[in-house]
Design a protein. Structure first.
Lengths: 508, 117
């Protein structure tokens, strides 16, 4: 298959899937089948792209065949393909979960097309080679996200979506301002060409470039929920049903971090002396605040939401240390965290569906009733906390080693401390939800929804599948570590990227 | 114009942000719209204000005749307007829905509702 097609497929498949689903609006069963087919196809397209990228390092294509700085460029390297494959895995898992885990009304009112369009946005952000298109894809992704968050229109959801829309609108405004300034500085928006222009020896307007980088740090910082811009996240992510929030919570903040990593290795490299120490501080505070916030919560989903923030800190830590090993650690951690976070959200969804609450005070005794679920939870939770030999451990090991090598002792200390608190937080969930006996007052009311075993297995299937992947990464970490190292190397040595996108300039 | 427009951009940003921070739901909508306008106008101004011909290359020339306005910021602006319009339309519908569900115009009431749960 030609590389051009491989690059376009992750965009086209979800689009066609969504359109076909819309064509069968009245027939929910058809929509379900179609969505399933396209979820699998999206994952396969991602895997094929990853295989090609491993072979060729960087692939790129020009939509409409206009030559590079003028046309619409799509480009992929190991990092973007890796994120796509991970997104494909959790897309499939969330789809499988939604078959039993989402009410029929929401599924009838456009859940599947919205999910597919959201995935198209994710592909676009990962594959685009143009700064303005990056913004456009992000907006596409966000508007689907708005619609999904408010789908169903309960009070909590409306409140959460309102906050989410407002803060994201602001963030998009900042990004657009940054993009405009970037264009006025260099007269180009193509990432590869900008990367060359930024690296020219006599650089005019350096302060202005630093200002632009702060625009981007703030804009994507809001989207990635970095300290002190994270307040919207715990206010909105726990509100929708889990089949919606698992995908959004698992993926979207990481896409923000992905973009930050991409831009700060490709474009904003001239003022790293100022930006990196700033990021070190931000990363440490993000980790700390997230985990401290989680300790204060008594709601299953809210605890998980706060942990998203603290995990974002680790990913930012890799970028802040800025060595090949640190960036590789970041990449590894992103992949690990997308999988684990989605899985924990799905588990919280199974619990919440059965007991109709996610408040720790009202839950209890799940261990006796659903031992299988308890095992699934404890393994995922240990992975999140990073006990060896789980996937989280390897990510943290890489980051900590890189930090020690770079002399960032305080940051490493904070990250290890936060790991312990994360473990504490997960133990809290384990004690309250699974281990302690069910509160007597609740037991009398007996709100347990009866479930037939087949339905339950359909809910367990995606969780087990994800856990399988997580455990595999944990016990057999070598391939993913290799991949992350290759991705990091590509980030720091951009010549293959610019040469592939702009072959003419390379020839001159 | 070169001095007037930046001032206008700044004012629009300030007013938009002020309204977004307001408690009243309708003013939040106004704020979102004004903030969107501010970014759009910023894009337009920062591309450089050029009076003169369009960037269309006529038959007898190889390249466009100077002076011409840079078409790229205009294209960006158009895209940004369309995207902004979509998001504003969505947020207006959303805020109407919030108003109808909570029977209140005040953002603070949204949080109160949540604490009762």
């Amino acid at each position: 298959m030609p590389s051009d097609l491989l690059l376009v497929l992750p965009l086209l498949l979800p689009l066609y899937g969504a359109l076909l689903c819309l064509a069968f609006w009245q027939r929910e069963q058809w929509q379900t089948i179609l969505a399933g087919v396209f979820q699998v196809a999206w994952l396969v397209a991602g895997v094929l792209l990853l295989r090609r990228v491993l072979h060729l390092e960087v692939v790129s294509t020009q939509i409409g065949n206009w030559p590079a700085p003028f046309g619409i460029t799509l480009a992929a390297d190991v990092l973007s393909a890796l994120i796509l494959v991970t997104a494909g895995v959790i897309g499939l898992a969330v789809y499988l979960f939604s078959l039993q885990g989402l009410d029929i009304t929401r599924r009838r009112f456009g859940y599947y097309p919205l999910l597919l369009l959201l995935q198209m946005g994710v592909s676009g952000v990962c594959l685009t080679g143009d700064l303005f298109n990056l913004y456009v894809w992000f907006e596409l992704l966000l508007i689907c996200c708005f619609a999904l968050l408010s789908l169903g229109g309960t009070k909590g959801q409306l409140e959460g979506t309102f906050k989410y829309v407002t803060i994201n609108f602001l963030a998009s405004g900042l990004l657009l301002t940054g993009i405009g300034t970037m264009y006025s500085l260099y007269g180009s928006l193509n990432l590869a060409e900008l990367a060359l222009l930024v690296r020219q020896p006599e650089h005019p307007n350096l302060p202005l470039l630093s200002m632009v980088s702060v625009f981007f740090l703030t804009g994507f910082g809001i989207k990635a929920a970095i300290f002190p811009l994270f307040f919207w996240l715990p206010a909105s992510y726990h509100t929708p049903p889990v089949a919606i929030s698992a995908f959004i919570a698992g993926l979207l903040t990481k896409v923000g971090i992905y973009t930050l990593i991409r831009l700060f290795t490709l474009l904003f490299i001239s003022d790293l002396g100022f930006m990196l120490p700033l990021m070190v501080v931000l990363a440490a505070l993000t980790m700390l605040i997230g985990v401290v916030g989680a300790a204060a919560q008594t709601d299953f989903k809210k605890i998980l939401s706060f942990h998203i923030i603290s995990q974002i800190g680790y990913m930012l830590m890799g970028l802040a240390i800025y060595t090949p090993l640190a960036l590789a650690g970041s990449v590894f951690f992103i992949v690990h965290n997308i999988l684990v976070k989605t899985n924990l959200f799905l588990i919280s969804g199974i619990v919440a569906q059965r007991y109709r609450t996610s408040s720790l005070k009202r839950l209890g005794g799940v261990y006796l009733q659903q031992p299988m679920l308890s095992v699934l939870f404890i393994l995922s939770a240990l992975s999140l906390a990073g006990t060896p030999p789980s996937s989280g451990f390897w990510g943290k090991l890489m980051l900590a080693r890189a930090g020690l090598e770079a002399g960032q002792y305080v940051l490493v200390g904070v990250s290890l401390f936060v790991s312990i608190i994360t473990l504490f937080s997960m133990t809290k969930i384990w004690n309250e939800v699974f281990w302690k006996p069910r509160p007597v007052s609740i037991r009398k009311g007996s709100l347990v929804t009866p479930v037939n075993p087949l339905r339950l297995w359909q809910l367990y299937l995606p969780v087990t599948m994800l856990l399988g992947v997580i455990l595999l990464i944990g016990v057999y970490a070598r391939p993913l570590v290799r991949l992350s190292e290759r991705a990091a190397e590509r980030l720091l040595h951009i010549e293959p990227y610019t040469n592939t996108v702009l072959p003419k300039k390379a020839a001159n | 114009m070169e001095t007037l427009l930046p001032l206008m951009v700044g004012t629009l940003f300030a007013v938009g942000l002020y309204f977004i921070l307001h408690r009243h739901l309708f003013k939040v909508i106004l704020g979102l719209i004004l903030f969107g306008l501010a970014t759009n106008l910023f894009l337009f101004v920062i591309g450089g204000l050029t009076r003169g011909g369009s960037a269309i290359i006529s038959g007898e020339h190889e390249v466009a005749v100077e002076p011409y306005a840079d078409p790229v910021p205009q294209a960006l602006l158009l895209t940004a307007i369309v995207i902004g319009f979509g998001i504003q339309a969505f947020s207006i519908v959303l805020i109407r829905r919030v108003y109808m569900t909570f029977k209140s115009n005040n953002v603070d009431d949204l949080n109160k509702e949540n604490e009762h749960h």
